[in-house]
Structure formats: structure tokens, C-alpha cells
Write a new protein. Structure first.
Length: 100
């Protein structure tokens, strides 16, 4: 089953407090091999839309992080913010999600 393991680092939490919500990012800690090749093709101009656990839509525009500023479709930023808030409560502790 395709999966992605995500976390928010303490450094990002600190930076986002100083610079605001646009500095928020969720680190891609690990992922299944079939997803790594897809993620490796993502960049700011080539954003990969994904669903986490079949419910939350995010845009990946970086090889190793999901940035708040890359969330452009309706609902993506809200989903990003909700996931970020949960992960930021326990920085550096990855959580594994099903990836659709």
C-alpha cells in the first residue's frame, strides 16, 4: 500500500512563529518506493496533487517538503493547515498516512 510519513520539525515551528504561516512546511520523512519517483518529479512549477488517507488533498511542489505556499486548489490550504497543526504538536515525530 502506498504510504507517506510526514512530520513537522522544531526548526519549522520556530521559523513559522517568527515569519508567519507562509513559512510553514510539512517534511516528507519517508514514503513507499512507488511514490518516491513521483515526488522526485515535483517542483514549484510541477505540483503533484495527492490525497492523504483518502480525505485530505495537498499539493506537493518540493522533493522533501509540502509547503503552505504551494496549496492553490480550493480546500488544500485548509487541509494543509489542519495537518500541520496536528503534526506541530509533536515536532519531529513522524506520522504514517495512506497515500492515494
Amino acid at each position: 500500500m502506498p504510504f507517506v510519513s510526514l512530520k513537522v520539525t522544531p526548526k519549522v515551528v520556530k521559523q513559522a512563529k517568527k515569519q508567519g504561516p507562509s513559512a510553514r512546511q510539512i517534511a516528507i520523512h519517508d514514503c513507499s518506493p512507488e511514490l518516491r519517483s513521483r515526488i522526485d518529479s515535483a517542483n514549484g512549477a510541477n505540483r503533484l496533487p495527492v490525497r492523504i488517507s483518502g480525505e485530505f488533498e495537498l499539493a506537493v511542489g518540493d522533493n522533501y517538503a509540502i509547503w503552505a505556499t504551494h496549496q492553490a486548489e480550493p480546500g488544500q490550504l485548509l487541509d494543509f493547515e489542519n495537518i500541520y497543526e496536528v503534526l506541530a504538536r509533536r515536532p519531529d515525530r513522524p506520522v504514517k498516512f495512506k497515500w492515494d
